[in-house]
Design a protein around this ligand. Structure first.
Ligand code: PLP
Length: 375
């Protein structure tokens, strides 16, 4: 008999029973007091996850809707630097190109960014920078604070894709000096896909571009914040889900949640090191391994189908492959959201079993359990 599926990809993630139940409630009017209370709770409780005391707005749309809302609404710049060391960094540039001139500062996917190259871009007239905090496609954490430091020297706007860090890793928008940050619902927050949240400060509005798309115009969302409403009919069940997810996060405590995510990703890395599986990310002094997703190279002689296909058919466990140029070369284990050690251990055990059949891994579960014992 096949067990229930286990989803260990970097979004969408497994959804907690409590959240699934919350979503099955009857609809309510989106202009009434009952819904306003939910929105107010959601926006207030999202703020600490972003590390901001400023404003947070929610949009019914996937994470990309939040990215496009942020980039297009704040695109009144001569040039925007888009930092690309993975699939999602590349996408920021593709989005921004529709609204302003882009200077794409690119690095081989999976390698660290070099601050000097970003500074050069500002020297050459860029007035804003967009970058990915946690580059999901490569399992690398980019240096937010260092990027802001350089941006401040040039008074540039800073937009951060925090889609796989908010709710799972430390994000301190206000302390770091990030002007705009974005999260999507189906990653570390642990709810189904379809909601995005954008946090922004006052300064961002100096860069406001009224020629942004109508549905994604953040000025309209901001105008409704005071009434605890959204400008257009929101995806109501997803707000039920977000409310419940934020309660779960508050019960666990943000510090504990971040610690749990760090332990899970460390367990995956320690397993990989011991098993003889190479991590994709190549770090420098600034970057770190992602605390929410781990990208590993597929060993020689093992195809994506061998590993992920067998994992799915025999164990009903799903992990991710590579995107774009990394397709067929890597696999990625997401350790995001409301999962437990059992899920991490089961995934590593199954991956190890399959790789061992090819003679491509050494038994290494002890390395993982040792880390997981910290929890
Ligand atoms: C998942 C992801 C996105 C895209 O979000 P969608 O919800 O698929 O639109 C963008 N950036 C990062 C870093 C992501 O992990």
């Amino acid at each position: 008999m096949k067990p229930d599926g286990l989803l260990m990809i970097p979004g969408p993630v497994q959804v907690h029973e409590r959240i699934l139940k919350a979503m099955s409630r009857q609809m309510i009017g989106h202009r009434g007091a009952e819904f306003s209370e939910i929105i107010s709770f959601c926006h207030e409780n999202l703020k600490p996850l972003f590390g901001t005391k400023r404003e947070v707005a929610t949009i019914s749309g996937s994470g990309t809707s939040g990215l496009e809302a942020a980039i297009s609404s704040f695109s009144n710049v001569r040039k925007m630097t888009c930092v690309d060391n993975g699939k999602f960094g590349e996408r920021l540039g593709i989005i921004a190109k529709r609204y302003t001139e882009v200077d794409a500062v690119s690095f081989r996917w999976g390698t660290s960014i070099e601050i000097e190259k970003i500074e050069e871009s500002f020297e050459n007239g860029s007035e804003a920078v967009a970058f990915v905090h946690n580059e999901t496609s490569a399992g690398i954490l980019n240096p937010a604070e260092e990027i802001v430091k350089i941006a401040r020297k040039y008074d540039a706007l800073v937009i951060m894709d925090a889609i796989t860090s908010v709710g799972g890793d430390e994000v301190r928008m206000d302390d770091w000096g990030i002007d705009v940050a974005i999260v999507g619902s189906q990653k570390c927050l642990g709810i189904p896909p379809g909601l995005a949240a954008v946090a922004f400060n006052e300064r961002a509005w100096d860069f406001y571009n009224e020629k942004c798309p109508f549905y994604l115009d953040l000025a309209a969302y901001r105008k409704k914040l005071g009434d605890n409403q959204t400008p257009y009919t929101p995806a109501i069940p997803l707000y039920y889900a977000l409310e419940e997810a934020l309660k779960i996060i508050n019960e666990e405590g943000l510090e504990n949640r971040i610690r749990r995510h760090r332990i899970f990703s460390k367990a995956v890395r320690e397993w990989a090191n011991e098993a003889g599986i190479e991590l994709l990310a190549e770090l420098n002094e600034y970057s770190r391994y992602s605390n929410t997703v781990t990208a590993m190279k597929l060993p020689e002689g093992v195809t994506d189908k061998d590993l992920r296909g067998t994992l799915k058919s025999e164990y009903n466990i799903t992990v991710s492959g590579g995107q774009g140029e990394l397709k067929g070369k890597i696999f990625r284990i997401g350790t995001m959201g409301n999962i437990g050690k059992r899920d991490v251990l089961a995934t590593l055990g199954a991956v190890q079993d399959i790789l061992m059949r090819f003679g491509k891994a050494k038994p290494a579960l002890n390395a993982a359990t040792e880390v997981l014992r910290e929890l």
